[in-house]
Ligand binder design. Structure first.
Ligand code: NAD
Length: 499
């Protein structure tokens, strides 16, 4: 563990934010401090909004939607704002990355790379805004012409988690804005800064007042109130499956708002004996350790063909031991701090459960003693059986459970033996094998001989209890529209009443 040398990156006093409604900053009546998870010093001061503040935001978003100041623009005009925002992100890349590091604990090199992805999201959404269209039906006979219109659904509530505060925001917000909807965003309480900074960037880019609003506060108060709010037409929620379920109840018990849900995962990485084992081990080490495993698409179940299983675990453990864990402001750091104390306890708790249930630690298995912050070694468990809690539960940390298989059918069955279906990865040089697994394993995102690859052009989302709907790509804009069917009669009407 290298010395912590964040230098001037740490603020002398916490940066204070307001919340953002109707194009204006508002002062919070109550505030709370966020401490850097790697350095234990207060870094931001965020408003604890009230439900009155939320109502204010929903009313502003409703006015902005109803008077068509945004939805009434051409797709090209909305695209122009999104492209100017992409430029704003480019200009403020280092600043945004810094606040991501300070609130989340992720390495600065990774955070900067994520901002590049976010810029691509804005650019992709801008293209989609121009291309969004309905359809026409010229096959209804000469007397009737049909078409479908895609109309924005209205006011969208967006609730985001703390693991990728800015990236998940940018995989949603520009696509929602591209559709013509207006937004009320509630970021995770521990990582609100960059969602608020985006308000500044969008305003500078010329977004009309009331189109992008941010209220901050806890999930139990503001998040829950947003899910129940009758002024919200659609809710996009990214977070745990448990809260996703409560969003379904809240929608059912309020106004049946449409839901987009991106929830948990327990994602398989399947390695066949004919794979390039060095490549696959690098992919597996990255897949479980990236973002300290606090990643919905982490590949947390290794399913490896028995004849190479021991050798593969050895190669993988060697690689995991070389991962550079430490000060997120060191440009060489590959994994940083665990974002919250609760999550730290959860991960260490699962490591203890794994040991108690009889799984064997191949590498890792402990917290790093640094005197400040929270860091956990990348951990590999072998001899895991499907009933163990480390096999079934989403740990959301750098803890990988290894299973062995003998046949293709067994590999597929193990991969599908979960309530989740978010992502999967398969490693094999045999195209038949790789394609069969790809077609039969239930997951919304799939990687063959790679992992966590791809950009905002393709849609993301989950099968089974990993969620509903899709984000990003053209589908990620269409998700926030509703289809209206229109019939137009041409010529003289054929009368119903004839006498
Ligand atoms: P969480 O569900 O506790 O919190 C997510 C967000 O919901 C936060 O903004 C929180 O304030 C809010 N929230 C909490 N309780 C709420 C309630 N009762 N009503 C409304 N909102 C509420 O999840 P988390 O701990 O922040 O994130 C970890 C989980 O998120 C993991 O399960 C992970 O898999 C999932 N996740 C999924 C994706 C994805 O794209 N599928 C991405 C990131 C995280």
């Amino acid at each position: 563990m290298p010395e912590m040398t964040p230098g001037t990156a740490l603020p002398e006093t916490p940066r204070e934010f307001g919340f953002f409604v109707d194009g204006k900053w508002h002062k919070g009546q109550e505030m709370f401090d966020r401490h850097s998870p790697a350095h234990d010093v207060p870094v931001t001061r965020i408003p604890r909004c009230t439900t009155d503040d939320l109502d204010l935001a929903v009313r502003a978003a409703r006015r902005a939607f109803d008077d068509r100041r945004w939805s009434g623009l051409s797709g090209g005009a909305r695209a122009a704002v999104l492209l100017r925002a992409a430029e704003g992100l480019r200009r403020r890349r280092d600043e945004i990355a810094r606040w991501e590091v300070l609130e989340n604990g992720k390495p600065v090199a990774q955070a900067s790379g994520e901002i590049d992805h976010c810029i691509a999201c804005f650019e992709t959404a801008a293209g989609a805004a121009r291309l969004l269209h309905g359809d026409s039906f010229n096959n209804l006979g000469d007397g009737l012409f049909g078409m479908t219109l895609r109309e924005p659904i209205g006011v969208v509530g967006l609730i985001t988690p703390w693991n990728f505060p800015f990236l998940i925001l940018c995989e949603r917000a520009p696509f929602i804005l591209a559709s013509g909807c207006t937004l009320v965003v509630k970021p995770a309480e521990v990582t609100s800064a960059t969602t608020l900074i985006l308000a500044d960037i969008l305003s500078e880019a010329g977004i009309p007042a009331g189109v992008y609003n941010v209220v901050t506060g806890t999930g139990r108060e503001i998040g829950q109130a947003l899910t129940e709010h009758v002024g919200i037409d659609m809710l996009s929620f990214t977070g745990s499956t448990a809260v996703g379920r409560s969003c379904v109840h809240a929608s059912a018990n309020s106004n049946l708002k449409k839901l987009g849900l991106e929830l948990g995962g327990k994602n398989p990485i399947i390695v066949f004996a004919d794979a390039d084992l060095e490549d696959a081990a690098d992919g597996a080490a990255f897949g479980i350790s990236f973002n300290t495993g606090q990643c919905c698409v982490s590949s947390s179940r290794l399913i490896v063909e028995r004849p190479v299983a021991e050798e593969f675990e050895r190669i993988l453990a060697r690689k995991m031991e070389k991962i550079r864990v430490g000060d997120p402001f060191d440009p060489e750091t590959q994994i940083g701090a665990i974002t919250t104390e609760t999550q730290n306890k959860t991960i260490l708790g699962y490591i203890e459960k794994g040991k108690a249930e009889g799984a064997k630690i191949v590498t890792g298995g402990a917290a790093l003693k640094t005197g400040h912050g929270r860091f956990i070694q990348p951990t590999l468990f072998s001899g895991v059986t499907p009933s163990m809690s480390i096999a079934r539960d989403e740990i959301f940390g750098p803890v990988l459970s290894s299973f062995h298989f003998d046949t293709l059918e067994e590999a597929i069955a193990l991969a599908n033996d979960t309530v989740y279906g978010l992502s999967a990865s398969v490693w094999s040089k045999n195209i038949d094998q790789a394609l069969t697994v790809t077609r039969r394993v239930q997951a919304g995102r799939f990687w063959v001989n790679t992992i966590m690859a791809g950009g905002p052009e393709t849609p993301t989302g989950g099968f089974k209890q990993s969620g509903w709907g899709r984000e990003t790509g053209l589908l990620g804009v269409e998700e926030y529209t509703q289809v209206k069917s229109v019939h137009i009669e041409t010529g003289k009407r054929s009368h119903w009443i004839t006498s």
